[in-house]
Write a new protein. Sequence first.
Length: 364
Amino acid sequence: MKLFGWKSAGRMAARPVLSRGFTAWGGGDWPRAYEAQLRELYLANPVAQRAVRLVAEGAASVPVIASDSAAGALVAATSGGQALIETLATQLLLHGNGYVQILRDANGAPVELFALRPERVTVEADPQGWPMAYRYKVGEAASLLSAESVVHIRTPHPLDDHYGLGCLDAAAGPMAIHNAAARWNKALLDNAARPSGALVHEGAEPMSAAQYDRLRTELTASYAGAANAGRPMLLEGGLRWQALSLTPADMDFIALKAAAARDIALAFGVPPMLVGLPGDATYANYREANRALWRQSILPLATKILDALAQGLQPWFSGLALRADQDRIPALSEDRERLWAQVSAADFLTDDEKRALVGLEALK
């Protein structure tokens, strides 16, 4: 069984060849490439890292019910020293694609699920545009993996048939603004948090290049930085200091950073309240925001991953089902308690119907 489904001859002939979609931003001064965005934006932004870790670690903590214990052990095992579900959740949030290689023993039975780096994987399509293999490239070395040995999980992309759309592109602009505001604030602190000024030369003769370089060097060494804050300046030779004042509104980047941080959190599906942003009254309290995080972001992502893994492992575990055990998730305990009470009070339902409503299998 192939992850991408069966293909009849007529279906193959009718399907057009689609090219890879373009996901880069159309404007701005931030990097476009995935790895460059990670290095220059994501790795330097605390809000983005916290938002991604909230969702990914939450998905990894979801209790899993597996119809086959051996398959459940494969999913629960680590991949390259990291939790498989957490790794895949992070890759889907950032890149939009997750690739899991099914490693098999000499008898062909799966022994490990290994998460591949998505930026190193390329889909190899046949002339009709159907994925038939995956090329995994590390440096100059490349290997071709069959479609049956790779589970491809992707988020929806409106312009691409083969690759998913991650949240990193949507968050790139706000991250660039947030990082720039942080650098600006640090520069103000390094310069004693004072507005810049200008030295006006009122002498009859213009300054020579040597005099200008000497003056700039002495100013940087003696008056720049927090350690030199408030130090008196001795001016001579017709020099006069003219302050270039900025209004408090011009210097206040707190509101700008908060707005950018809110957009970053929303891009990754995290209520801003949960990443410590004040002033967001969308949710009545922290508990409601945490419940929304689980209902709208963590559980759908975990379910997507589990369903894809169950489908990819079908050739070795027939009828495999992997699902989240919502009764063991503390954040959803109140919702599940209310559901159980409502279902128990529904006397017009049979026992099997009640079990189906709460996510349990029918009694045999």
